[in-house]
Design a protein around this ligand. Structure first.
Ligand SMILES: [Fe+2]
Length: 653
């Protein structure tokens, strides 16, 4: 049924030598016309590249003259969790419609929807056996003409970067383009040495400041091996072991297509251990592992982190915030990552910048898997170099949560059937509701960050409103002055065209929490969703309430300084993690819009004490700070009366 061919050795050597160069010199013509952005803002640009493959119409039409071969066959022999694979292919009548795709599990009977006569089942790990008859989307694909020699000779080669996603892999060679795929050849199977190995650890702050959650993915259910984290404070001799819990989800958890159809993929098992009683600012090392029944241990990677500063503690503290990142594709697959063209740049910059920040808040639209669940493994692999070192706190975006008739605030199906299940399982958050309603607060020394969930109701009287009221109130401002609100969709000020179309640049559709922000003197509200950068003045009811005490120098080298009584909250849109950038509405700038930038990048907050906080917008491309300001404030300035925020008082003494 399958056509497994081995190309001549000389050809293999030649193409292997050239292959590593290919993904850095891809023809521009191969770039996708698809664009990544937000469906509510522009549905035409919200196209996950994998959704453009019509797998439901795919047919098996094996061609004896077509051959595809992948090497090496054994990956990760030294414990690596990713590996480059070279694919060589040949076909007698090459066309622009030939494409190559990576599938896993390697059984293409199932992939082709059981249209072949013999159909064995996945069941590589013995769990979550998918029903036959359902098409399965690939994990990655490229057009064959990405190899320069293909159209003239019919033979080509390219390289794919694979990560350990459990199960085995095979490549398929298709003709017929995306609309009418015909499988003409299937490669040899390839696999990681231990497909079940624990991979991609990611940290998150726990419910207490002194707790750190370690989450990772493996192929081991609890009846096969016990998951744990071994950890120690730097300088300590004895390591501790903390057990982890084990979760998974199934096709039945999904709320619609493609997540419960061709986009579904067994997620393996997700483990989380909560490390407790950590000392503030102390360095720790840790390693994830699984103890097998015979007592032997399968270890994952080791890493290090620093304990969270205690609430109110003054020391150097830095927080990164951004939204809307998605996936980079270093191997040029999925049409050159046209979906999120800035993701790789932001990831690379965050890795370079790792010594210079202490925590990340990725405020929604994380992977843009959009119902193609294998992409979540790709995403956790992408961020693991960062998230294994600093807490990676997530918020819920429309691409994680919004799904028809599932209790969310918005209509539409921007999660494409995921209804929050993968994101809420793969990432630990210190919610009081055990996920699902993803709002929470965390203390980090001088900062208190209250994370909202814009995919659920926040209006007065709602559970979220009550939570946020309490979250803001819990900040002890004399010691913990910097109060930050972060959530996915702008609840106020954005000059994106969509918001302008609503009839006002501000507070569209009545979305606001401004009475809460004002009541609690929230310093900063940061949002994603809109794929550009914009900063307001301190603002309340569309009016600037404060001016910087010192204006930026003519060359922009010194930031604006806001000092004294705050007046209102500064709002920032930073949906600049990587999804395709968007412009701003034309016309005169609203009074409150004081800085704009169309760059990929992230916000960084820095504070060393209770009187000064620095804000920077860092451009991913070169690490330059392209906008910033400073708040200088004493405690009495926080206590001072401001409009609509003064507590009732008596003049009695
Ligand atoms: Fe969004």
């Amino acid at each position: 049924m399958t056509s497994r061919g081995v190309l001549p050795a000389a050809l293999l050597l030649a193409v292997a030598a050239a292959a590593l160069l290919l993904y850095t010199a891809l023809p521009a013509a191969a770039a996708a016309a698809v664009a990544g952005d937000h469906s509510t803002l522009d549905k035409d640009e919200n196209i996950q590249p994998l959704s453009t493959l019509n797998m439901a119409a795919a047919r098996v039409m094996m061609d004896a003259g077509s051959v595809i071969h992948a090497s090496p066959e054994l990956l990760g022999a030294n414990g690596e969790d990713s590996a480059w694979v070279t694919v060589n292919f040949t076909t007698p009548a090459p066309t622009d419609g030939h494409w190559i795709a990576l599938f896993s599990p390697a059984n293409l009977d199932l992939i082709m929807g059981g249209k072949q006569s013999s159909s064995s089942k996945i069941n590589a790990a013995g769990e979550d056996e998918a029903p036959t008859g359902l098409p399965m989307a690939p994990i990655k694909y490229k057009f064959a003409n990405i190899s320069p020699s293909f159209m003239s000779s019919g033979s080509g080669n390219t390289s794919f970067l694979l990560i350990n996603q459990r199960y085995d892999y095979a490549f398929g060679l298709f003709s017929g383009g995306k609309d009418n795929p015909k499988l003409v050849a299937v490669s040899n199977k390839i696999a990681f040495a231990n497909p079940k190995a624990p991979v991609f650890p990611r940290l998150a702050q726990g419910k207490e400041w002194s707790e750190m959650a370690v989450t990772w993915t493996s192929g081991y259910n609890i009846d096969e091996a016990y998951p744990f984290v071994e950890w120690r404070m730097k300088g300590e001799e004895n390591a501790k072991r903390t057990p982890a819990d084990t979760l998974t989800y199934t096709r039945g958890h999904m709320c619609g297509k493609p997540a419960n159809a061709e986009g579904y993929r067994d997620p393996g098992f997700i483990h989380t251990a909560i490390l407790k009683n950590l000392w503030p600012n102390r360095d720790y090392s840790y390693q994830i592992g699984h103890e097998l029944p015979d007592g032997s241990i399968v270890w994952g990677k080791s890493s290090t982190f620093r304990g969270t500063p205690s609430p109110g503690q003054a020391s150097l503290q830095r927080i990164v915030i951004f939204g809307d990142m998605g996936l980079g594709q270093t191997d040029g697959s999925n049409e050159l990552a046209g979906f999120q063209p800035g993701a790789q740049s932001t990831v690379d910059r965050l890795i370079t910048d790792l010594p210079n920040y202490d925590a990340i808040f990725h405020i929604g639209d994380l992977s843009y898997a959009n119902g193609y669940l294998a992409q979540w493994d790709q995403f956790t692999a992408q961020i693991s170099p960062i998230a294994s070192r600093v807490p990676y706190m997530v918020a819920s975006g429309n691409h994680e949560r919004t799904s028809h008739d599932t209790g969310g605030f918005y209509s539409g199906d921007d999660s494409h059937g995921e209804c929050g299940v993968p994101a809420e399982t793969l990432f630990s958050t210190p919610t009081v509701n055990a996920g699902q309603r993803l709002w929470y607060g965390v203390d980090r020394g001088l900062f208190r960050v209250c994370v909202g969930d814009t995919e659920h109701d926040w209006r007065p009287g709602s559970p979220q409103y009550e939570f946020l009221d309490g979250c803001f109130a819990a900040a002890d401002r004399k010691h913990q002055p910097w109060l930050v609100f972060a959530a996915h969709r702008p609840l106020g000020y954005s000059s994106n065209g969509f918001y302008a179309k609503e009839g006002s640049f501000s507070e569209p559709m009545g979305r606001t929490l401004q009475n809460l922000w004002q009541k609690h003197r929230v310093d900063l509200a940061v949002f994603g969703h809109v794929h550009n950068y914009e900063r307001t003045c301190p603002v309340y009811e569309n009016t600037c309430t404060a001016s910087p005490g010192s204006s930026p120098a003519a060359n922009g080298s010194s930031p604006a300084v806001y000092s004294g009584v705050m007046g209102g909250t500064i709002h920032v849109v930073a949906g600049t993690g990587g999804a395709r950038l968007r412009g701003f509405a034309g016309g005169e700038w609203p009074q409150w819009s004081v800085a704009r930038n169309e760059s990929y990048g992230y916000v960084k907050l820095t504070s060393r004490d209770q009187s000064r906080m620095e804000f920077e917008f860092v451009r991913s491309e070169d690490g330059q700070v392209v906008d910033g300001f400073v708040i200088e404030r004493e405690y009495k300035d926080v206590l001072a009366c401001i409009v609509d925020a003064c507590e009732p008082h008596s003049l009695a003494n």
